[in-house]
Design a protein around this ligand. Structure first.
Ligand code: ADP
Ligand code: MG
Length: 239
C-alpha cells in the first residue's frame, strides 16, 4: 500500500478577483522506501502541496490519503493524532517553540501522544544524536544558529516511527556539507521503509530522490524517474 496518495488535488486561495489557483488537479503516489523531490519556480505550489499532504491545510477539491486513510474523513483531533504519529514535517521556517529547549521541542510530539516524559526525552536525545547535535539538547532555539535550529526541526520530524517524511527545503539554512548530511538522513529513513517528499531548489539535492516532480503554476509539468534523474544530474549516491 502506498504511504501517500494525492488525487486530483486542487487548492484555491481567496475568492473572486483575488482568487489564486495554487494547485490545479495534482495526483501523486509515494510508496514505502521512496523519496520524491518536488521542484519548480517560486509560487508554483510546492509548499501548498506539502501542507495539504501533511494535513495542515485542506484541499478545495481532491483527496489526500496517508497510509490509506482519507484525511477528509477525520475530525480535528484525529487529524492531529495522525500528524503526530505518522507524519514528520520539516517546515521552511523551522517552527520551533522558543520557550522549549531543543530536547523539549523534539520530545513534545511524543509526550502529546502519551509517551512518558523520560522515554520521550530518551527518544529526543537519540533523534538529536542522529542529526549530530546531542550536545545542544538543553539549549534554547534563540541561542542556536540557523543551521542548528534546522537540525532540531529535522530531529523533531525524525523522532518516533513516522512513515511519511515531508520536508520543505530542509537544507535551506545549512552549509552544503551539513545539507548533504541531512539528505543522507532523509534517504536512509526512506531506505528503512518510510516515504518522503522534499521540496528543493537544488538539482544536486534532487539527485538523492528516486523521482523528481516538476511543478509550474500548480500543475505537474514533468516527472522524471530515477534513471533520467541520474542522466540529468549525475549519480545519486555521491560518496
Ligand atoms: P511555492 O512553495 O512553490 O513557492 P506556494 O505553494 O507557497 O508556492 O504558493 C503557490 C501560490 O499560492 C502562490 O501564488 C502563492 O502566492 C499562493 N498562496 C499560497 N498560500 C496562500 C495563502 N494563504 N493565501 C493566498 N495565496 C496563497
Ligand atoms: Mg515554498
Amino acid at each position: 500500500m502506498s504511504v501517500l496518495t494525492l488525487e486530483g488535488l486542487t487548492r484555491i486561495h481567496g475568492a473572486g478577483a483575488a482568487e489564486v489557483h495554487a494547485l490545479r488537479g495534482i495526483s501523486l503516489t509515494v510508496g514505502p522506501g521512496e523519496l520524491v523531490a518536488v521542484m519548480g519556480p517560486s509560487g508554483s505550489g510546492k509548499s501548498t502541496l506539502l501542507t495539504l499532504a501533511g494535513g495542515l491545510d485542506e484541499p478545495t477539491a481532491g483527496t489526500v490519503r496517508v497510509e490509506g486513510v482519507d484525511l477528509a474523513g477525520l475530525d480535528g483531533t484525529q487529524r492531529a493524532r495522525l500528524r503526530r504519529t505518522s507524519i514528520g514535517y520539516v517546515f521552511q521556517d523551522f517552527n520551533l517553540i522558543p520557550a522549549l529547549t531543543a530536547a523539549e521541542n523534539v520530545a513534545l510530539p511524543r509526550e502529546l501522544d502519551g509517551v512518558r516524559r523520560r522515554a520521550a526525552r530518551t527518544a529526543a536525545l537519540q533523534a538529536l544524536a542522529e542529526v549530530g547535535i546531542e550536545h545542544l539538547a538543553d539549549r534554547f532555539p534563540d541561542d542556536m544558529s540557523g543551521g542548528q535550529q534546522q537540525r532540531v526541526a529535522i530531529a523533531r520530524a525524525l523522532v518516533g516511527e513516522r512513515r511519511l517524511m515531508l520536508a520543505d527545503e530542509p537544507t535551506g539554512a545549512l552549509d552544503s556539507e551539513s545539507g548533504e548530511e541531512i539528505l543522507r538522513l532523509l534517504r536512509s529513513r526512506c531506505d528503512g521503509g518510510a516515504a518522503g517528499v522534499m521540496v528543493t531548489h537544488e538539482a544536486r539535492h534532487a539527485a538523492w530522490a528516486d523521482r523528481v516532480v516538476f511543478l509550474r503554476d500548480g500543475v505537474v509539468v514533468d516527472e522524471s524517474g530515477n534513471a533520467s534523474v541520474e542522466g540529468l544530474l549525475g549519480p545519486r549516491h555521491v560518496q
